[in-house]
Write a protein of this length. Structure first.
Length: 238
């Protein structure tokens, strides 16, 4: 495995939803070998719980699941403003064209027919992640002269590394991945802290204040804007 590939993949959180244990285990092993962080569950219900707790970068979702089906889960997620950006690769045992069209119509980003090679799935994951623009080849996110390296947990402005705490780093990572949009405190809590943790909304304000203070040392406190009555926005245009 090349270093480059390692760097690209290692900070991605993949949620696998598959009720067949043998396939689930195979996916955990194959994706893990490619340095992806894998969480695997057996049902859509468990997937929803997991998503509420942890920010995922991509969902590998089996079409046929007991309870809420994979297709139904994909449809719900793509209609939920919290999750509609989450890329989904659907897995199916049937290779019918009608299924493929249906899967893509509800918003799945890609589709694979069983049996498939783990190698191909990894390639598809990579392609979907690239298309989503979430990560570039090196894994770094850059906006203007600000560069965030998730692997090294490093944030720099004009080549100078900032002293930043893990929470502020995560906030910045969320903002830089989702620029120019206004996010409520509740949304930021869900995305950065996770839904299962009970934290008061004003905690967000405290961390935003700290982050702005750090950015102010580089004359860039304007990057994070308060939108009165709504929340915060990260934007280089001001
Ligand atoms: Ca199944």
């Amino acid at each position: 495995m090349s270093l480059r590939k390692h760097k690209f993949m290692s900070n991605l959180n993949i949620l696998v939803v598959e009720d067949e244990e043998a396939i689930r285990e195979m996916l955990i092993m194959a994706l893990g070998q490619n340095q992806l962080n894998v969480t695997a569950v057996a049902s859509a219900e468990e997937a929803l719980k997991t998503l509420a707790d942890k920010t995922m970068d991509l969902l590998v979702l089996d079409w046929m699941l007991p309870g809420i089906s994979g297709v139904e889960l994909a449809r719900r997620l793509k209609n939920d403003p919290h999750y509609k950006q989450l890329p989904i690769i659907l897995l199916t045992a049937r290779g019918e064209e009608a299924d493929k069209i249906r899967g893509l119509e509800i918003g799945a980003d890609d589709y694979m027919t069983k049996p498939f090679s783990p190698k191909e799935l990894v390639a598809r994951i990579k392609a979907v992640m690239r298309r989503s623009g979430k990560l570039n080849e090196s894994g770094q996110i850059s906006v203007d002269s600000i560069v965030l390296d998730p692997e090294q947990h490093r944030l720099s402005i004009d080549g100078k590394t900032l002293e930043i705490s893990p929470t502020e780093f995560k906030l910045m990572q969320f903002f830089m991945s989702n620029p120019d949009k206004v996010y409520s405190r509740t949304h930021l809590l869900d995305q950065v802290w996770g839904r299962s943790v009970y934290i008061e909304e004003r905690t967000v304000d405290v961390h935003i204040r700290r982050l702005r203070k750090i950015l102010a040392e580089y004359g860039r406190e304007d990057l994070i804007q308060t939108v009165r009555g709504f929340g915060y926005r990260f934007s280089i245009t001001g």
